[in-house]
Design a protein around this ligand. Structure first.
Ligand code: KIV
Length: 276
């Protein structure tokens, strides 16, 4: 399988304004989560535009039931590994539950820590009009912000579980108002998670900044997937996530072969041993 290369018009280092320019040119933006240096390097090398150090790592790598337990320190730790590994991609790091909601100043303090201590280029956090002031303070003090609307996992307990959001005209209107408020406040892009495809198309149409969809249909300006879902590492993935690989099967085969060869004495053979 050959790797793809980024569109010729895209730059050596992706910056926030390049995403808006990509939207204007009608070029789709690619985004994947990354939580460590090894995978970040691979996704960067194949030309992924944006790497998101998502708080989904609470589920995928720490095994928590939801994203709520992950801390700012843990997020910074992973964001540092990702930011240190990439040459081209824009690195966006999630602010975790509890580290920004209460006030713009708290969001600012958490974001400053994130950018200073990890080297990430931007932060993402969940919410619409309720965090517009936070977004405004951050963007006016040099911190790029990506918004996140639709199903917002940190509010799972209020939303009543993992459910499609924005169904019905009232909810759709509210989501459009949230998106416009984030754009007005200075957000450079907005993730739309689990919203009906026609609504995602409508939001994409009314915004000048790009939308990045996950479970939001084909009309967004870009797409994001949680990488273990994309690569088939877990034993389950959501309906909206296409599996582009079979990493789980590959790891099962590799670890089983290793176990067998160690037990039989076949490994290490002469080629993996030092004669003197
Ligand atoms: O944490 C995450 O991985 C995310 C994506 C689902 C967009 O926020």
């Amino acid at each position: 399988m050959t790797s793809t290369t980024p569109p010729a018009a895209t730059p050596k280092r992706v910056r926030v304004h390049h995403l808006r320019e990509a939207k204007e040119r009608g070029e789709r933006i690619t985004m994947l989560t990354a939580y460590d240096a090894l995978t970040a390097q691979i996704f960067d090398e194949v030309g992924t535009d944006v790497l998101l150090v998502g708080d989904s790592l609470a589920n995928t790598f720490y095994g928590h039931r939801d994203t709520l337990p992950i801390t700012l320190d843990e997020m910074i730790h992973h964001a540092r590994a990702v930011a240190g590994a990439v040459h081209r991609a824009l690195v966006v790091a999630d602010l975790p539950f509890g580290s920004y909601e209460a006030s713009p100043l708290i969001a600012h303090a958490s974001s400053v820590r994130m950018l200073k201590e990890s080297g990430a280029h931007a932060v993402k956090f969940e919410g619409g009009r309720r965090v517009a002031e936070h977004v405004h303070l951050l963007t006016s003090t040099g911190i790029p912000v990506m918004g996140h609307l639709g199903f917002t996992p940190q509010s799972e307990n209020v939303l009543g579980g993992k459910r499609v959001q924005g169904r019905g005209e009232e909810a759709a209107e509210a989501l459009c108002a949230d998106a416009l408020a984030l754009q007005e406040a200075g957000a450079f892009a907005i993730v739309l998670e689990m919203v009906p495809a026609p609504l995602a198309a409508r939001v994409t149409e009314i915004l000048a900044v790009p939308t990045i969809g996950i479970g939001a249909g084909p009309h967004c300006d870009g797409q994001v997937l949680v990488w273990p879902d994309m690569a088939g590492l877990g034993d389950w993935s959501p309906r909206f996530a296409k599996r582009y690989g079979q990493l789980r099967t590959a790891l099962i085969d590799a670890a089983s072969a290793y176990n067998d060869e160690v037990r039989s004495g076949e490994f290490p053979g002469p080629e993996h041993s030092f004669a003197e």
